[in-house]
Each structure stands twice: as C-alpha cells, then as structure tokens.
Write a protein that binds this ligand. Structure first.
Ligand code: GDP
Ligand code: MN
Length: 353
C-alpha cells in the first residue's frame, strides 16, 4: 500500500526524523497558515511538482486561490481530497535518498544521489550509490553517503539508523526521500516522502488501513455500454462483465473495488459510473471476505441519497456481514437478489423497456 505524503511524514516524525512543520487542509477545513507556505496535493503518485500540485504561497491573498487550484488538478488520474501545507524551507541543495529491499541479499539497500528533486530521473542510473544497509554495514554506509553528500558522517549515521528502524517497524518495502533538503543552515530535512507498506503486513498496521482508500481498478469498456458493473476481486469482476455480455447486454465497465473497500471508495466508483450517459442498470456482485457487505451497503445507501440520477441497482451480496447489509438496505427499501443470474435477468427487463 502506498501511503500519502503526510502519512509517511507522520511516521518519520514519530521516529525522530526531521520533516517540515505542517498542517492538513481538507475541503471543509482550512486552517490559519503561517506564510510563506508550500501547499502540496496529497495523491498517491509522484510528479506533483511538474503537474502543478505543489505551489509556494507567500501572500495571504493567494492562499484561497492556490488551494482551489490544487484541489482541481488531477495528477495521473488522482484528485486530492487532502492537501498538506508546509513551512517553506530554503533549499541549499536537493539530495536523493531511498531505502528499498534488495531481495537477492535479503537486506535493506540504500540508493542515493547527490542531485535530487523533480529532475531526479535525468540522473544516470549508474551514478547512484547502491549499498547494503545492514546493522553491521551501517557505519560504512554512512561514511560513503557522507562523502557523496559532502555532509557530516555522524549526522548521516544517525539519520540512517532512524530510517532503517522506521523501515523495519513499518514493514515498508520502499521509503524514498526526494528531495532530502540540505537547508541554508546546513540541516537535513525530508522535503518529500514516498512510502510503500507491504500489503501482507497491513494487519499489523490497522492505523494506516483506515486512512487510505484501497486500490480499486476501474476500466471503461464501452461508450455505448448499458450495464455498469461493481464487483470485488479481479476474477469476480471479470466474470461479472462476461455474464452481462452473455445475457445479451453491453457492459460499460470493469470495476474491481479491491479487498477492504470502504464506503468512500465505493462512493467514488458510483460517481465514475454516473458519468456514463448510456448506463441503464448497475449490477453489483460482491463476494465479501476482507470486504464487508455492510460497508458496501452503507455506500449504496449514501449513493442513492446523494445521486438522484443513479440508474436502478441490481445487488447480489454474499459473505462477511451479509445479514447486517441486507438489514441496512431493506430499511432503505433497497432490495437484494440471491444470485448474479437473478440480477442479470432483472437488469435485462429494465433495459428492454
Ligand atoms: P513531487 O514532485 O511529487 O516529488 O513533489 P515534492 O514534494 O518532491 O516537491 C517538488 C519540488 O517542490 C521539490 O523538489 C522542491 O524543489 C519544491 N519544494 C517542495 N517543498 C519545498 C520547500 O519547502 N521549499 C522550497 N524552496 N521548495 C520546495
Ligand atoms: Mn518528490
């Protein structure tokens, strides 16, 4: 799972690693900001600087427009729901430092370059320093990095020790700091942080799972599609699309809402589906394991209330918290069907009308 920058920086801070002072901005909560600030889009992808998702604001009159602007810029298809406002750090130099897993050595590896920042990809691959960061090799690694960065070796050793501890305790598979900022006062501050957590270890980090939406996979299939599909798991989602076609209807999309879908992620799926003008029915096929039927039910109820133009829903649920889901839905007069087949037959009736 890829963390958002502010989540990753919270973890760094908890581990005693220096990050800029910051405040979170959501659409309905804009805090008082000490200027100047850097306002940054919180999306789970890089390249925000180049896409216009990082704006330096120095005057009070520009705060609101910068915020509005960043909320409206999708970055690689991701629209932010949160922004991070950070104290503006004066940069002397931007360095690149990452920890990742070296599978063949079964160890953590450090990847570093003295020129970081948004153009880091332009560096020649062979110019990066790559060294193993085991407990034993840490002092040697610090010496090499000190030389590379032209920076105090013992300070680097302390930083590496903290980063390694953070990496291990978070079950990270990647921890990339780009830029690692060398400030005018010769301090090292983490300007950006990209962190990936091993999905198989997420059960050890329930505090993280709550905040990010799981990966969902939406593929638009047919502009003239009449039936939209929502399913969980790639296999079930594909089978649902096939079943729609087998019943003589045109599937508009493929959507795997992923394991552990939340109300928010399902609502997002509905908002994508209502963009399709030709859709006359939505077939929802959930076989819940990690996913919980009641979460899906809540999203369906919210979507029905919030989106009056939503086409008729044909819902088949099975698995975790099925009873709770059916109770919730029936309290809102939303019926469920007992099989996918029933959903498809009913959808076909609606489409024929
Ligand atoms: P990315 O483009 O998604 O990697 O976003 P970053 O958080 O790395 O920001 C992109 C660039 O914005 C950085 O490389 C910096 O040049 C600039 N930037 C970010 N924060 C600051 C800051 O506090 N001060 C200054 N001067 N520049 C910043
Ligand atoms: Mn960056």
């Amino acid at each position: 799972m890829r963390l958002l920058e502010y989540q990753a920086k919270d973890i760094l801070k908890d581990n005693g690693i220096r990050v800029p002072k910051s405040r979170l901005i959501t659409k309905n909560r804009i805090p008082d900001l000490d200027l100047p600030v850097v306002i940054k889009s919180q999306v789970p992808v890089g390249g925000r600087g180049k896409a216009g998702g990082v704006i330096v604001v120095e005057e009070t009159t520009r705060v609101a427009s910068a915020i509005t602007k960043i909320f409206a810029i999708p970055i690689k298809d991701h629209l932010p729901t949160t922004l991070l406002a950070e104290e503006l750090i004066t940069i002397k130099k931007e360095l690149y430092l990452a920890l990742l897993i070296d599978r063949s050595a079964r160890e953590i590896q450090v990847l570093a370059h003295p020129t970081g920042g948004i153009e880091v990809e332009k560096n020649t691959t062979s110019d990066f320093l790559r060294v193993t960061l085991s407990k034993d090799s840490l002092p040697t690694c610090a010496k090499r990095l000190g030389l590379l960065f032209g920076y105090n070796v013992s300070a680097i050793e302390t930083l590496l020790r903290k980063l390694r501890r953070t990496f291990v305790s978070s079950d990270a598979t990647l921890l990339e700091i780009n830029p690692l900022i060398l400030t005018l006062d010769d301090e090292l501050v983490c300007g950006d942080c990209k962190m990936e957590i091993d999905d198989a270890a997420l059960f050890r980090h329930p505090e993280l799972a709550d905040e990010t939406t799981p990966e969902s996979n939406f593929v638009k299939l047919d502009n003239k599609g009449t039936v939209a599909t929502i399913a969980n798991g790639a296999g079930l989602a594909m089978a649902t699309v096939d079943a729609v076609a087998d019943h003589g209807m045109r599937p508009a999309n493929f959507l795997d809402i992923g394991g552990g879908a939340t109300t928010a992620s399902v609502l997002e799926a509905f908002s994508k589906i209502i963009e399709f003008p030709g859709v006359k029915a939505i077939v929802i096929n959930i076989f819940a394991g990690i996913t919980r039927c009641d979460e899906i039910a809540k999203a369906i109820i919210e979507a029905r209330d919030a989106m009056p133009e939503l086409p008729p829903l044909f819902i088949r649920l099975a698995g975790t918290n099925f009873e709770e889901a059916v109770a919730l839905l029936s309290a809102h007069e939303i019926p469920t069907l007992s099989s996918l087949e029933d959903c498809l037959l009913a959808a076909r009736e609606v489409i024929r009308e």
